[in-house]
Ligand binder design. Structure first.
Ligand SMILES: CC(C)(COP(=O)(O)OP(=O)(O)OC[C@H]1O[C@@H](n2cnc3c(N)ncnc32)[C@H](O)[C@@H]1OP(=O)(O)O)[C@@H](O)C(=O)NCCC(=O)NCCS
Length: 261
């Protein structure tokens, strides 16, 4: 897992972000190969164009979050559309219904020298890592999206690319890594560390002081008990209850969760 630098905090209360109890969001610069601190964007200071990568289900969750955020905040971030290398007819029809332009494949769009920020509306952690590398190589920067109905506690760190969907609850002193995704109604407990490209599916519960290393997928409705560590690339099955540390790349299912090897 990437080691986070000492935060250079910019403490601000996001206007209109309806975080309960006047909680503050703490944004910090971070060191990522190829990214500097000036490229860390926040919803309340960006105001620029944003593109979503991925036309599927999580892409549409991201559309909802971007739109809700834009309509609730004073900045004027504009969703310019969605790129997808293979959207399929169903997803294209859904985009049309939502009035969101399809901008072409990743390569087509990147070839047009775009200047928008991007977020990755794809749940698969390994695909997220690949997309991130491709877009960073093209000189683009990730945005951070927080649905206004989510609550984020004090002293949290949200890395670029983080997407927090409707109804999510993030407690205090939580660190969310690059392109970490919290799906609707997920909960992340105090002092948890969520690594890069982690996806937490709807309704999952990450308890206090849990560490999820990079590229972990936590299935819908799963619970990870407090103080545990989930190794990089591990998958927690839907509705599992994790009671022990999970090794890297393991697929853990059931109550209590078990895995092979
Ligand atoms: C755990 C998981 C990754 C396994 O996927 P997979 O490797 O494709 O597994 P399969 O569907 O081939 O199932 C293999 C076996 O595991 C069982 N299994 C699959 N998922 C399970 C789960 N979450 N809990 C318990 N058992 C599960 C299957 O019943 C099957 O058992 P069998 O061999 O006795 O028939 C997947 O089922 C899962 O839970 N993913 C998360 C899905 C999610 O969160 N969806 C919400 C999206 S918004």
């Amino acid at each position: 897992m990437r080691i986070w630098p000492t935060p250079r905090f910019q403490v601000r209360l996001a206007p209109g972000l309806h975080v309960s109890n006047a909680r503050h969001l703490l944004w910090h610069s971070y060191l990522v190969r190829g990214l500097g601190s000036s490229q860390c964007s926040t919803p309340n200071e960006s105001g620029g164009d944003v593109v979503i990568v991925g036309a599927g289900g999580f892409g549409r969750e991201t559309i909802e979050a971007v739109r809700a955020e834009a309509s609730s905040m004073s900045h004027s971030r504009r969703l310019i559309g969605v790129v997808d290398s293979d959207p399929g007819r169903f997803n294209l029809a859904r985009l049309a219904s939502l009035g969101v332009p399809y901008l072409g494949t990743d390569l087509e769009w990147l070839g047009s020298n775009p200047s928008a920020e991007f977020v990755i509306g794809i749940g698969d952690p390994r695909i997220k890592a690949r997309v991130h590398r491709r877009f960073i190589a093209a000189g683009l920067h990730p945005a951070t999206v927080v649905h206004p109905s989510a609550t984020v506690g004090s002293n949290c760190v949200l890395a670029p690319g983080t997407i927090i969907c409707a109804g999510v609850q993030v407690s205090s002193f939580v660190t969310l890594g690059l392109h970490s995704h919290l799906n609707p109604n997920a909960t992340v407990g105090h002092d948890a560390v969520i690594g890069d490209y982690v996806s937490v599916n709807p309704g999952a519960i990450i308890s206090g002081r849990v560490t999820c290393h990079s590229e972990v997928l936590v299935g819908a409705g799963a619970t990870v008990l407090q103080n545990l560590t989930i190794g990089s690339g591990a998958t927690i099955g839907a509705m599992a209850c994790v009671t022990r540390d999970v090794p890297s790349k393991a697929v853990a299912v059931g109550v209590p969760a078990r895995w092979r090897g």
